[in-house]
Design a protein around this ligand. Structure first.
Ligand code: C5P
Length: 295
């Protein structure tokens, strides 16, 4: 059966933070960051169809709530689209609440897709402002780049052109924590702040088209995340012991990743940690953060 032309299907990727440094606290309740985001090939799918109202249905490991970022993205655009609605079916593959940016990616994709679906005249600057109001990690998902440095709240972005394609092994332990990101940031201790030099280093490596080494990977939220997730420290130790490799936290976690030399090494590493609970995925880079049309 062919779909009516008025429907749209788009895919939107996950991210890891190859490096995340917290520089200090800000007056607005946020923290000043220096981070390198990288788009990775785990994708959520959004299917848009005509409807009078804005409605959302979610398939996968979560349910659609009123504060879902996709609905909030739609509501942010609605003043520019009087009388328009859409039925959005969100199919989740990106693990939820893992530090892989799934909710932010869905929100960025919803802003891009709905502004096209409703034929809105909305500039990239306006979309970026709306994205930043939805969450500090949303604006990166508007970029046509595979990696970017994020400063300020993580939302002032510089694309890293030249970044090579990478192969990652991502382990997602079965831990969850309500209001995780805010709790982990507020558990930070001043000794865990750093100066942004690590971010500058890895950005230099990526701009030259080189693959980063294990010593370039860093996450300043890791000590606070281990205090917040009681079992994260022992899970991380088990990953390192079983694989003999270095694993780094993504975002506020609890997902951890290993940057593999190639697909063969990635498969070997994934097999070595297969006995641990949770999910382990071998994932290539995604070509860009911004969502792509399937039709
Ligand atoms: O922007 P987002 O809603 O994703 O952030 C959730 C919470 O994480 C914020 O309310 C804030 O407490 C914390 N945060 C922070 N500094 C950042 C990003 C997030 O303190 N750069």
């Amino acid at each position: 059966m062919s779909l009516p032309v008025s429907t749209r299907t788009i895919t939107t990727p996950a991210k890891v933070n190859l490096c995340l440094e917290v520089l200090g606290r800000r007056d607005d309740g946020y923290h000043e960051l220096a981070t390198v985001f990288h788009a990775v090939g785990i994708y959520d799918t959004l299917h848009l169809a005509p409807e009078d109202q804005l409605v959302l249905a979610v398939e996968g490991e979560m349910t659609a709530s009123e504060d879902n970022l996709v609905l909030r993205a739609g509501r942010a655009l609605q003043p520019l689209a009087p009388g328009k609605g859409a039925r959005i079916a969100l199919s989740k593959t990106i693990p939820v609440g893992a530090g892989l940016g799934g909710g932010s990616s869905d929100a960025g994709a919803a802003l891009v897709a709905l502004s096209e679906f409703w034929n809105l005249r909305v500039s990239e600057d306006e979309l970026t402002t709306m994205a930043g109001a939805l969450g500090a990690d949303v604006p990166v998902f508007l970029l046509d780049a595979t990696a970017a440095v994020g400063t300020a709240r993580g939302d002032v972005l510089t694309p890293l052109h030249g970044t090579p394609s990478l192969t990652l092994v991502i382990a997602v332990p079965p831990f969850s924590l309500p209001a995780k990101t805010g709790r982990i940031f507020s558990a930070l201790r001043p000794g865990e702040f750093s100066d942004g030099a690590r971010t500058a280093d890895i950005a230099r490596v990526l701009r030259r088209g080189k693959t980063p080494q294990a010593h370039h990977l860093w996450n300043g939220l890791f000590p606070a995340a281990k205090r917040a997730f009681a079992d994260l420290g022992s899970y991380h130790s088990a990953l390192c012991r079983l694989s003999g490799r270095v694993w780094t936290l993504s975002g506020a976690g609890p997902a951890l990743f290993h940057l593999a030399a190639d697909e063969e090494e990635a498969a070997l590493v994934a097999r070595s940690v297969a006995s641990l609970p949770g999910t382990c995925l071998v994932v290539p880079s995604a070509p860009r953060f911004r969502c792509q049309h399937l039709d």
